[in-house]
Design a protein around this ligand. Structure first.
Ligand SMILES: [Zn+2]
Length: 351
């Protein structure tokens, strides 16, 4: 058996030091000295923090204490006995570690925000039966109607039918029968301006302003609708809803009583950050449909140019909305336009 550590024991009542030998046995600290033999649970002892030099003092429950004049000897013994400093103590001792811990915490939060929430949302949505989407979509549409964000369309039925027929034919040329998305196109007059949105369940809403904006460009309209099909196929609106709910729940935990005020902030930020990836995926489906129908993806530049002009006009009228595909003033639009143009050039090289 290795020799114990020599230390002084004070009983907490008298100032008399008793020379003792310390040893750890089965989770107990054994303190043996002149007419003294104590066994104390290691976990109950207030162990000293490790400093660079000096006296080490450990406090026992009930007032006793142990003193060792050699810090080096104490540390070596503590290490041998497996009494390493707890991580917290070590972190307190080292600024570098403390700063590292904060950086790691920020990294974990950022990773959770950027990847954790979207991955969790994707997993959750995968567990939700697709039938639920349609019900959620109906609720969203009812809300849009109740809040008068959409109203009955002023577009003539013949024009609506022309768009429906052209789109159905284009979809038929793009996806094989087994993989073909169901189509529910609905037209509404809307305060959202020129816009198209995909509701959970697959209903695609096209605003009258969008129909007017692209009245002479059926090819561009097909690209817009195919973009919405992309959102439908990947259940983006359901995922966005789950993401917002998750972020709201996390913010609620983090901010406690203030959740009602603050929960919406990260939720809104989150949705903006995610939508970029979703937009890219949806644009891919748009490119796919345009190519399958012999239309150059480059025609989509027309959409962004017209939306931009529309957005400037509406900004002047001070009733500006940015939602759905119509993120005209969004800098990401430049990136999206370049993607359509690049796809057009890839396409012409392949042919
Ligand atoms: Zn979109």
């Amino acid at each position: 058996m290795p020799p114990g550590l020599e230390a002084d024991y004070f009983d907490g009542r008298s100032a008399r030091a008793i020379r003792v030998s310390l040893r750890v046995e089965n989770g107990m600290l054994r303190i043996v000295g002149d007419a003294l033999d104590l066994s104390v649970p290691v976990a109950s002892i207030d162990w000293p923090e490790r400093r660079s030099r000096g006296v080490r003092m450990a406090h026992l429950k009930g007032g006793g204490s142990l003193h060792c004049s050699s810090g080096v000897a104490w540390d070596a013994w503590a290490r041998d006995q497996g009494l390493g400093d707890s991580l917290v103590v070590r972190a307190q001792q080292s600024w570098r570690l403390a700063v590292g811990a904060i950086a790691a915490l920020i990294a974990v939060c950022a990773a959770f925000y950027l990847w954790g929430v979207p991955v969790a949302a994707r997993v959750i949505v995968r567990l939700v039966p697709p039938g639920v989407d349609a019900r959620v979509g109906e609720i969203v549409l009812d809300t849009l109607r109740d809040q008068e964000i959409v109203a009955p369309s002023a577009i003539e039925w013949e024009q609506q039918e022309r768009i429906r027929t052209a789109f159905a034919a284009a979809v038929g040329r793009t996806w094989p029968p087994g993989d073909r998305p169901a189509l529910h196109l609905r037209f509404y007059e809307s305060a959202l301006g020129a816009n198209a949105l995909a509701l959970p369940g697959g209903t695609i809403i096209v605003t009258d302003d969008m129909v007017r904006l692209l009245a002479d460009r059926e090819d561009v309209m097909l690209g817009v609708l195919a973009h919405e099909i992309g959102h439908v196929r990947e259940r983006h609106s359901m995922r966005a809803l789950v993401q917002v709910s998750l972020l709201g729940a996390v913010a609620g935990l983090a901010y406690g009583d203030y959740s009602a005020v603050l929960a919406g902030v990260p939720a809104v930020l989150g949705q903006m950050a995610y939508s970029r990836d979703f937009e890219r995926r949806a644009d891919d489906e748009s490119i796919r449909l345009l190519r399958a129908n012999g239309i150059s993806p480059e025609v989509m530049a027309m959409l962004f140019q017209r939306l931009q002009a529309e957005s400037h006009r509406r900004a002047k009228e001070a009733k500006h909305f940015d939602l759905g595909i119509a993120l005209a003033s969004h800098p990401a639009d430049e990136e999206r336009m370049r993607r359509f143009q690049a796809a057009a050039h890839e396409g012409s090289m392949a042919r």
